[in-house]
Design a protein around this ligand. Sequence first.
Ligand code: ATP
Ligand code: ZN
Length: 292
Amino acid sequence: MNPTTTTESILKLAIQKSGRLHDDSMKLLKECGIDISNGINKLKSEATNFPLEVYFLRDDDIPQYVEDGVADIGFVGENVVYEKAKTVAIADKLGFGKCRLSFAVRKNETFDGPATLQGKRIATSYPVLVQKYLDENKVQAEIQEISGSVEIAPGIGLADIICDLVSSGSTLFMNGLKEAEVILQSQAVLIKNSGISNVKQAILESLIFRIQAVKQAKSSKYVLMNAPNEKLEAIEKLLPGMKSPTVLPLAAEGWSSIHTVMTETQFWNIIQNLKELGAEGILVLLIEKMVP
Ligand code: ATP
Ligand code: ZN
């Protein structure tokens, strides 16, 4: 067999089969230029143009599979990584699946710090993380582990307080609850098995290189503007960026076009000053990939 096609030279990636992380995981691979047929009804699928095989699993199982080496790497929420406490390394943050693990109380109740939890019944799908919080704060409480729909627990009398994942807070609100205290900020991360071969490590590095180029591009914008030549120096002073901007003469006498890259926040911070200095025809464009 051709050595380049042995399983040893294919990196095995576990992603969520369906759920909140599935689409963003597939999208990230696509943005990295990796083509995979959608495997929603399949256990695994091989990339056609990158040495990668994708396994579709329940997110809760991903840390275990990666620890065991059944998969070499996985895309999974930090919340699951810490709850499962498996021996895996976090190799990169992926920038999607952002949420927080928070205590929530009935909306007419108050939460005055960890002491509020003393002697209470807490419903959660994250018993390990909640117990750790209780221990750190020297509080005793009873944990009711439930696997889903934690937000209904106070309403049906199963618990006084819940600890659950929150992103917008609308699920809590609809169930008459309010967020009281954040115990973990989470996003999807790339985890890896601690003993992968050098060949697989090299494939992983090229995957991470692509992921970083995609992430970098997402946080940056390509900004173009026209400006009178006598204001160029003042405008250049305002512009952030790694290198000096590109300045090209316009057909109109005494005017130039300035091209530069900045974050969206930087853009909003300086836009007013740019206009005051005479910049006009300002365009802000999406960047697809960015390699510093
Ligand atoms: P599975 O069937 O794979 O076990 P699940 O029901 O446990 O799926 P999802 O609800 O799809 O999991 O959530 C997957 C991950 O998405 C969470 O572990 C978390 O990292 C992330 N996430 C982001 N925002 C939220 C949110 N508002 N609520 C729940 N999870 C969120
Ligand atoms: Zn799950």
